[in-house]
Structures are given as C-alpha cells and as structure tokens.
Ligand binder design. Structure first.
Ligand code: IMP
Ligand code: MG
Length: 180
C-alpha cells in the first residue's frame, strides 16, 4: 500500500482490509453471543458506518434487522458539537434491543445525542458498536459495548470514513501523516 494525498494532506497506510475483516468477525461473534434470541435491531449511522454495518450485519448469526439514521455533526470552534438528524428511522423500537453501529467515536457528542434521543423511545436496551474509538478525545459520559480498534487522536480515512466526502471507498484505513 502506498501513501495517498487528499486535500493537500498526506495519509499513510494504517490498518489493512484483512485486519478489519478479522476484527469485524470478532465483534460479530461477541454480539451473536450476547444478543442471541433477542432479535436486535441494528441502527447504522450514515454515512460513515455503511461499510462496517454491512460487513458486521452479514457476520452475525441470529435473527436480526437493520435500519438507518442519517446524521450530520457540526463541530464548532467552541466545545459545543451540534448534531443534526438528516433522515430518521421509522421503526417502533419500544421494548427492543438496539445496537447502534458507528464508524468512529471521537468526542462522543454524536453518540451521546443519539443515545439520549433513542432512550426516549423506550427500547429494552441500547448497545453501541463502533469500529474505531479515540479514547483521548472522549468528552462525554458514554459506554461503547463493542470497540474494534482504539486509535490515537489522529484523523483516519477509508472503509466508510471520509475527508470532505472523499476516500470512503478505500478498502483499508489510512492515517494522517504526522508533521514530525
Ligand atoms: P464525535 O466527535 O464523536 O461526535 O464524532 C463525530 C463524527 O466525526 C464521527 O461520526 C465521524 O463521522 C467524524 N469523525 C471523527 N473522527 C474522524 C476521523 O478520524 N476520520 C473521519 N471522520 C471522523
Ligand atoms: Mg459517523
């Protein structure tokens, strides 16, 4: 794999498609074990989580459904990150086991907002699966039940993750090259 450049920024290979596939299978096994018989509803957070959700959902071995919510995060210069719902799901989630599927949890503001919105709809339980997590960036009190990779506080792209809507179709993950 070679280095890539987007928007004048240099990215280097970070996590291969093979490593991602192994991790997705591991997470799917855990979810299959924990949620067997619960008929969970997977809620894929668009756009970024489409690749992860598609692979994860096909690896779980139980009855389950999938739906989609489309969010846009606006992180201002201040500490207040605002999240806008562009397209909401229509399923009745009362009494159901929900598995929110995210590509990455950074400050946690998007996830915090999503969880609190969903709690109002009275599901039985809400679990969170995120392929990537930046523990050093977290600013919110949230629990991620299934984490694929803990990563440093650096920008990554590929496998659904974008830089200004570019690079989502890269099959592996690239990380912003350090300036040092
Ligand atoms: P939050 O700060 O946890 O609310 O994350 C908000 C959103 O920022 C995530 O859902 C991603 O769409 C995006 N994001 C955060 N870190 C990265 C990254 O390293 N690459 C691409 N998108 C990111
Ligand atoms: Mg996202």
């Amino acid at each position: 794999m070679e280095n890539l450049s987007y928007k004048g920024l240099d990215f280097v290979p970070y996590i291969s498609r093979e490593e991602i596939a192994i991790k997705v299978k591991e997470l799917a096994k855990m979810i299959t074990c924990d949620c067997q018989g619960k008929n969970p509803l997977f809620v894929c957070v668009l756009n970024g989580a489409f690749a992860f959700a598609s692979d994860l959902f096909r690896e779980v071995e139980m009855d389950a459904q999938i739906t989609f919510i489309r969010l846009k995060s606006y992180i201002g210069t201040g500490s207040c990150g605002k999240v806008k719902v562009l397209s909401d799901f229509t399923e009745d989630i009362t009494g159901r086991t929900i598995i929110i599927v995210e590509d990455i949890v950074d400050t946690g503001k998007t996830m915090k907002r999503l969880i609190s919105d969903m709690e109002k709809l009275n599901p039985a339980e809400i679990k969170v699966a995120s392929l990537f997590f930046k523990p050093e960036s977290l600013q919110c009190d949230i629990t991620i039940d299934y984490v694929g990779f803990n990563i440093p506080n650096k920008f990554i792209i590929g496998y659904g993750l974008d830089i200004d809507e570019m690079a989502r179709n890269l099959p592996s993950i690239y990380i912003l090259k350090s300036s040092d």
